[in-house]
Design a protein around this ligand. Structure first.
Ligand code: NAD
Length: 324
């Protein structure tokens, strides 16, 4: 039985990845600084550890005498949507760098054979609609629009440097915006699809919701099952260097809102308000991940149909729990 370590297992994608690895027959240890907020972990073992500490990375990575994990998935990060990314630059640059420097170094020292790192398409610069697709190597010379992107770029390079020095195969995915159930939906760290689902779920029929920007920014969103599928395909491939993983269905933020409203079956008006919108557009190539046979299977509407009911249920439960 293969043994896997998932760092960030108390988080959104990490929680889904643990479930998928268990379904594939792995023995899984999950590690996070906190327990999952929305679900029981599917991991065989769960350790609460602050991975900014080198010693805790060693504890997470240590099995029995002279034994190592077959696969390590590093998804732990100080992470959130655009609001968080723009207000927590120092936390991102400090905490996520420490996690990645210590995890990569310790995994290499302990002889881990395969190491996965979750980067982001935030490493790419702001683009205009219709600009040609960027391939992975075009991220350099670099000009990410936020510190989160710079941290990812640096941590990618840390992992790739260790793969050149040690016999550790490193796989680096650049995730596009990912959404689905069991992800942060409130509190300031939620990303746009979850925030919009929450606002629509909270709105009265015929009500108005505020949304940042003017609705013209272009995005694409990957449903979490597709993302996890891409992670496993990449991990087991021989693709070296960073690999983009994303749904090629591009929509405006206005279209995202319209999709959520249609799934909710409500009449909702939008007030476009000033806020940290992020880039206007990003357009990157999926050619490398396609060589593994991976394709996004969930169009936005199908993913939202699986996400909105879960967030609506969370909104109702939170309302019911509020003191009158
Ligand atoms: P998430 O915030 O739900 O999960 C990250 C987890 O890391 C959290 O559970 C958090 O508690 C944990 N963590 C933070 N600091 C820690 C520490 N010091 N020690 C141990 N654990 C710690 O985020 P997610 O959406 O599941 O993202 C997973 C990974 O994918 C992250 O690296 C993120 O940057 C990357 N990514 C996500 C998206 C997306 O759209 N969700 C897009 C691009 C990249």
């Amino acid at each position: 039985m293969k043994r896997a370590l998932v760092c960030g297992a108390g988080g959104f994608i990490g929680g889904h990845l643990v479930e998928r690895l268990k379904n594939e027959g792995y023995w899984v240890r999950g590690v996070d600084i906190k327990a999952h907020e929305y679900r029981e972990t599917a991991a065989d073992e769960f350790m609460l550890l602050d991975l900014r500490e080198a010693e805790n990375c060693r504890r997470a990575l240590t099995l029995g005498r002279n034994e190592t994990f077959d696969e390590v998935y590093q998804l732990a990060a100080d992470m959130g949507g655009m609001g968080f990314i723009h207000s927590a630059e120092c936390e991102i640059m400090h905490n996520s760098v420490l996690i990645n420097v210590h995890m990569t170094h310790t995994a290499a020292e302990l002889g881990v054979p395969r190491y996965f790192f979750s980067s982001s398409v935030c490493v790419y610069p702001d683009m205009k609609l219709g600009d040609p697709e960027m391939s992975e190597d075009q991220a350099i010379p670099a000009h990410p629009d936020n510190e989160y992107g710079w941290e990812k770029l640096y941590s990618e390079r840390v992992a790739l440097a260790y793969s050149r020095r040690y016999p550790m195969k490193v796989r680096v995915a650049r995730f596009q915006n990912c959404y689905g159930p069991y992800g942060t939906w409130t509190g300031g760290r939620e990303k746009a699809p979850a925030a919009i689902c929450r606002k629509v779920a909270e709105a009265e029929d015929g009500g108005t919701i505020p949304v940042w920007g003017d609705g013209t920014a272009v995005r694409s969103y990957t449903y979490v099952d597709d993302m996890v599928d891409g992670v496993l395909r990449l991990m087991h491939s021989d693709l070296e260097g960073p690999v983009n993983i994303g749904n090629p269905e591009y929509v405006t933020v206005k279209e995202l809102v319209e999709t959520v409203v249609a799934v909710a079956g409500k009449r909702v008006n939008v007030e476009w308000v000033k806020g940290p919108v992020g880039v206007q557009s990003r357009n990157f190539s999926n050619a490398r991940i396609y060589t593994t046979g991976w394709r996004a299977r969930y169009p936005l509407i199908e993913g939202i149909k699986r996400t909105y009911p879960w967030i609506e249920q969370q909104v109702k439960a939170a309302r019911a729990a509020r003191p009158v």
